[in-house]
Design a protein around this ligand. Structure first.
Ligand code: ATP
Ligand code: MG
Length: 201
């Protein structure tokens, strides 16, 4: 067992920690929008993006959500956020490719969704743009990665962009400022538990 430290020692240690943290905060002085990529096989990518949407709305920012894959079901986030006056919400992506089984329709849906995303990524009025499930457009070869990256880099300087989806391409991770890979440790689905309303959708 660890020896208990005296109150005085603890205070000294914490003062050192505070000093280091304060230094780091002071040196992070660049003000600009960032690109966040949330990838990996674990649950929590889209729901994290919607958490940041709620935060941004808390400050009254204008936000846009483009969902590149339209799930089979309705989802709680759309029911809630699409009603918000500061949210421009579009769930217009392709269905799951194994459901539509129609390459041409998927391609058309992907191009339409990207066209819409491009407009938002050029519009300085939007403080936050969420490109939900964008990564599948690359794994399915429905969008050109280079032109997406070019548009991302030319966006208004203050604009934040959150991109979600499994298997984010290396080049996309490189241009991002923050990348989190969510690890799948366990998922209720594999124990035969039905998708939970309000939790999964
Ligand atoms: P969420 O929207 O819950 O944050 P996500 O965006 O990380 O999930 P997606 O890959 O977009 O995950 O999957 C969407 C749906 O699949 C959600 O209902 C989610 O709970 C479920 N899901 C996510 N990860 C897993 C997994 N490892 N096994 C089974 N189902 C999963
Ligand atoms: Mg998701």
């Amino acid at each position: 067992m660890k020896k208990p430290v005296s109150a005085e020692k603890h205070q000294q240690r914490m003062a050192k920690v505070k000093e280091k943290i304060d230094q780091k905060i002071a040196s992070a002085d660049k003000q600009q929008g960032i690109i966040i990529v949330l990838t990996g096989n674990g649950k929590g990518k889209s729901s994290s993006a919607f958490g940041m949407l709620a935060r941004s709305l808390g400050y009254g920012y204008q936000c846009s959500v483009i969902q590149f894959i339209k799930g089979a079901w309705e989802c709680g986030e759309e029911l809630f956020f699409a009603e918000h006056p500061k949210v421009d919400y579009h769930a217009l992506g392709a269905g799951f490719t194994w459901e539509t089984q129609n390459r041409e329709a998927d391609q058309l849906a992907a191009s339409k969704a990207w066209e819409m995303a491009q407009e938002r990524l050029m519009n300085p009025d939007f403080n936050l743009v969420i490109l939900d499930e964008l990564t599948y457009m690359f794994t399915q070869g429905l969008l050109d990665l280079d032109s997406v990256i070019e548009t991302l880099q030319q966006r208004p300087a203050h604009q934040n962009v959150v991109i979600t989806g499994r298997g984010a391409p290396e080049a996309l991770q490189e241009v991002a400022d923050t990348v989190s890979e969510i690890k799948d440790v366990k998922h209720a689905f594999r124990q035969g538990i039905m998708a939970q309303r309000g939790i999964e959708y």
